[in-house]
Design a protein around this ligand. Structure first.
Ligand code: NAP
Length: 239
């Protein structure tokens, strides 16, 4: 049994990850800002729920008094907008949650993590390529990939690995918001907006949460011990 931490465990990909690690017999801790969402993830399973903002340095540091074996920096946010409409507050918040949040999570984890440990960031295909109207999100996720590649080299001799999972559009609240944005910006119905959102995926569909979870479970497995500094695209061939 391993100790697993998943940030942003109250919904979407984080919920899928937390439940899969718990079902595999691990001791799972989940964090997020909404206690009710965390409790819903943990319903019927033995999990520790801790309310914490991923940007709160003291709260994140406090998570790591006891070492975790597997740490997934999953908490994230994104708002679509052309760059001229991105306020400085929006820019700062996106970088704070996605990039600084991953930094704080990994830094805290590494202070106590032992050999065999696994750091995994849920980045995005937006960490590997640009796209219109996602400048802040894209910049933050490119930053996450840079951080992962750098940390991977720093921890390599300690028997710890650091990798990223890079999904395309995944069927969660975040993708629903992207569809809503396209409906409003382009004046199209939901079916057309969904089609436009998934058009970057050669498979022409949303990625399923379970497909992202499988990739993370692999990177967390003993068999992935020499996969380090990798950005694993889960995008139907978009990357
Ligand atoms: P989601 O359902 O909106 O989940 C995001 C989670 O992050 C929420 O549980 C939220 O919990 C948490 N979070 C946001 N801000 C936070 C903060 N300041 N402090 C702590 N927790 C915070 O969306 P998702 O799709 O599962 O996203 C999970 C990750 O996958 C994100 O990093 C996202 O960028 C990445 N991703 C998503 C897609 C996609 O299409 N869905 C594609 C590629 C990558 P609280 O609100 O309770 O804090």
């Amino acid at each position: 049994m391993k100790r697993v931490l998943v940030t942003g465990g109250g919904s979407g990909i984080g919920r899928g990850l937390a439940q899969a690690f718990a079902d595999a017999g691990h001791a799972v801790t989940i964090t997020g800002r909404r206690a009710d969402a965390l409790a819903e993830t943990a319903t019927g399973r033995d999990m520790t729920c801790i309310t914490a903002d991923v940007c709160d340095e003291a709260a994140i540091d406090a998570l790591f008094e006891q070492p975790f074996d597997i740490v997934v920096a999953n908490a994230g946010m994104g708002r679509a907008a052309p760059l001229t409409d991105v306020s400085l507050d929006d820019w700062n918040q996106t970088l704070a949650v996605n990039l600084t949040g991953t930094f704080l999570t990994f830094r805290g984890a590494l202070r106590t993590m032992k050999a065999g440990g696994r750091l995994i960031a849920i980045a995005s295909t937006a960490g590997l390529q640009g796209g219109p109207r996602i400048g802040a999100y894209c910049a933050s996720k490119h930053g996450v990939i840079g951080l992962v590649r750098s940390v991977a080299q720093e921890v390599a001799k300690k028997g710890i690995t650091c990798n990223a999972v890079c999904p395309g559009f995944v069927e969660t609240d975040m993708a629903t918001a992207a569809v809503a944005f396209v409906m409003q910006a382009r004046g199209v119905d939901e079916a057309r907006a969904t089609q436009m959102v998934v058009s970057g995926n050669p498979m022409g569909r949303m990625i399923d949460v379970d497909e992202v979870v499988s990739a993370a479970l692999y990177l967390a497995s003993d068999g992935a011990s020499s996969i380090n500094g990798h950005a694993l695209s889960v995008s139907g061939g978009e990357i």
